[in-house]
Design a protein around this ligand. Structure first.
Ligand code: URA
Length: 239
């Protein structure tokens, strides 16, 4: 069967289709040894060899869905040009998983990994707006007006944010807060906290939709259960 290279790479667990396009355009993808840099080229799953950065990638038959507890100081990427620790170091290579969405280098917590490109695309598509929950320590104690501004929407880099939730769960000289967001702009939680004058001191993601990090230790992972997958997908699939 002939399929587009983007689809091949996402089914092989190398990247989402969007990321796969970037890999192709950056000249890292070859078919039978020839680099391909145009989008739309097809390869035959029965006879062609598709490779990324010289490494052949096969399409696995078994789908894998993983919840991992990403530690701080680890990069959410498949290939790091500087050989720094990445989330890939924590998951068996043979699963061919890639991260669904991302957490910053200095953020810890729940990250979903999969080899199912369609699932990844569905979960990260902005129109599906899966709620993500974070626990953060912010500098100082935000006043009610600041919390209300956060909830009703702020302007970040010239673009308004959607309404979000924030509540203080513990006060010392700083505040521990629970934040729920349905958007996923780059470093959004950090930028929103900064915008209300309370920069983040530590940030951890504890839920993605109905999936909870729970007591999973730092750097450990587990397979998502069939029940968890069903509940996660149900609201998305009905849209
Ligand atoms: N928002 C951030 O600012 N950082 C993350 O890692 C995730 C969400």
């Amino acid at each position: 069967m002939e399929i587009r290279l983007q689809k091949w790479l996402s089914q092989a667990g190398i990247a989402s289709r969007r990321k796969a396009e970037e890999l192709i355009l950056s000249g890292l993808v070859s078919v039978n040894g020839e680099i391909v840099i145009e989008l739309g080229v097809r390869a035959d799953t029965a006879k062609d060899i598709v490779a990324v950065d010289g490494k052949p990638c096969e399409i696995p038959t078994q789908k894998v869905y993983i919840a991992m507890h990403k530690p701080e100081g680890v990069i959410t990427t498949v290939l790091d040009p500087y050989s720094r620790p990445t989330v890939m170091d924590y998951i068996p290579r043979e699963y061919n998983c890639f991260p669904v969405g991302r957490l910053d280098y200095d953020t810890s917590g729940l990250l979903i990994m999969t080899n199912d490109g369609n699932f990844a695309q569905m979960l990260t598509h902005p129109k599906h707006e899966v709620t993500k929950t974070y626990i953060a320590i912010v500098k100082g104690l935000p006043r009610n007006e600041s919390l209300e501004a956060f909830r009703s929407g702020l302007t970040i880099e010239g673009k308004p944010t959607a309404p979000a939730q924030i509540e203080i769960i513990k006060k010392t000289s700083n505040a521990k807060v629970r934040i729920k967001l349905r958007e996923g702009r780059n470093r959004q939680v950090r930028k929103m906290c900064e915008a209300i004058g309370h920069p983040i001191l530590s940030l951890k993601r504890v839920e993605i939709g109905s999936i909870k990090l729970g007591p999973l230790p730092r750097g450990e992972w587990r397979h998502l259960t069939q029940a968890e997958l069903k509940i996660l997908i149900a609201p998305i699939a009905s849209i």
